[in-house]
Ligand binder design. Structure first.
Ligand SMILES: O=C(O)CCC(=O)C(=O)O
Ligand SMILES: [Fe+2]
Length: 327
């Protein structure tokens, strides 16, 4: 892997655009045709631009407005809801440099805010101390924030479910194949703010260090600034995933690589904000039912191949990866 922070700017076809609107078609063959396009994208890099997603532009604009409003607050207002102090389930504000996504690299030059499924303290999953289960923490002075984020969180769950049906079709499985995975999904919405890269930064400092995502799918909204880079396994270089208006960047996480024995890729990516401007992005991580055990799908094993990954529950993998990046 090339560790320089430069990336190759490639023609727009490096990451395909997949229009998923036909996943809602009544004709099964029309839905399968989308599956075939998803398959090609998932085998290649596991990264694609998703068009035809049906999320209203008004909601997307509101998410960015509230995100900027949140990070623009004075430091004290953000620190008042700093996640390690106010939450036992990883909700609230994360300070600049609070995470190390690439082990051995300097802390990520980003600040964040975490939102998950809203569960009261007396919910049995919360009482049992399950990972990432509990109440959200909301900023007190931003009245529009909670309703916008709650609506967006729900819209992302529905879009993820539609995509998981498409992924099932792409693997020649029944559309219902991942229904048990979708039963009680763990999911996280992250608001991210990347200040510009510094000239005097420690070597190898980045907005987000190179990492793979841990769950099944990530649905990423990015603003127009750019900075997301995706590893090109053929050259070892990095490709720019430039913003494409009206689309999400969708990428596969580790669960899909484990299910498919690496036929579908969970590809390393990172963020370098060399623009000189503030960058905002909003990834939604769809991780699936905590108790679901991810094992190799038998039809994904080629002749003579053995499963590369030991079976692990969604919660087990998330906890391992969380410990790795937060110590
Ligand atoms: O901000 C981005 O563009 C990507 C963020 C990311 O990869 C992550 O949070 O896992
Ligand atoms: Fe990521």
């Amino acid at each position: 892997m090339n560790t320089s922070l430069d990336a190759t700017r490639v023609a727009g076809d490096a990451l395909p655009i997949v229009d998923i609107s036909d996943l809602c078609a009544s004709d099964p063959e029309t839905r399968r045709a989308v599956g075939a396009k998803l398959r090609a994208a998932c085998i290649d890099k596991g990264f694609f631009y998703c068009a035809g997603h049906g999320i209203p532009q008004g909601l997307i604009d509101a998410v960015f407005e509230e995100t900027k409003r949140f990070f623009d607050q004075p430091e004290e207002a953000k620190l008042a809801i700093e996640k390690s102090r106010v939450s036992r389930c990883n909700r609230g504000y994360e300070v600049l440099g609070g995470q190390v996504l690439e082990s051995g690299a300097p802390p990520d030059r980003k600040e964040g805010y975490y939102i998950g499924l809203e569960l009261p303290e007396d919910d049995s999953r919360v009482v049992a101390g399950r990972f990432n289960r509990g109440p959200n923490v909301w900023p007190s002075d931003l009245p529009g924030f909670e309703p916008v984020m709650a609506a967006y969180f729900e819209a992302m769950r529905r879009l993820s479910e539609r995509l998981m049906k498409g992924i099932a079709l792409s693997l020649d499985l029944e559309e219902s194949y991942f229904d048990t995975f979708r039963r009680d999904p763990v999911a996280t919405l992250r608001l991210l703010h990347y200040p510009p890269q510094r000239d005097d930064a420690e070597p190898n400092e980045k907005g987000a260090g190179a990492h793979t995502d841990w769950g099944a799918l990530t649905l990423l909204l990015q603003d127009g600034v750019g900075g997301l880079q995706v590893l090109d396994k053929n050259t070892g270089g990095w490709l720019h995933a430039d913003p494409v208006p009206g689309t999400f960047v969708v990428n596969l996480g580790d669960a899909l690589a484990h299910w498919t024995n690496d036929m579908y890729k969970s590809t390393l990516h990172r963020v370098v904000n060399a623009s000189g401007r503030e960058r905002y992005s909003v990834p939604y991580f769809y991780d699936g039912d905590a108790d679901y055990e991810v094992t190799c799908i038998p039809t994904c094993l080629k002749a003579g191949e053995k499963p590369k990954y030991a079976p692990i529950t969604v919660e087990g993998h998330l906890m391992n990866m969380y410990r790795r990046s937060y110590g």
